[in-house]
Design a protein around this ligand. Structure first.
Ligand SMILES: [Zn+2]
Length: 77
């Protein structure tokens, strides 16, 4: 079975999101009100409202469904 928490712990958000996200630029709407918490493994944008974890980020960036995103993260990509 898929261990979601294990993936969250193993794959840092910064490895999935573009570098600019760490500086507060939203990778989805390019606004500057993007918040990223690496400790909590969580991000949120106050403009487009997109929020989530390393799995939802992978889904959105690579246009994948949940299972495909999890599979990609498990492969360590
Ligand atoms: Zn946004």
């Amino acid at each position: 079975m898929i261990d979601i928490d294990e993936i969250r712990a193993a794959v840092p958000l910064s490895s999935v999101l573009p570098e600019s996200a760490a500086n507060g630029t939203c990778p989805f709407c390019a606004s500057g009100r993007f918040r990223l918490s690496e400790e909590r493994g969580f991000y949120a944008c106050r403009d487009c409202g997109h929020r989530g974890d390393v799995i939802t980020a992978t889904m959105k960036i690579h246009d994948l469904d949940f299972r495909s995103a999890v599979a990609q993260l498990q492969e360590g990509k």
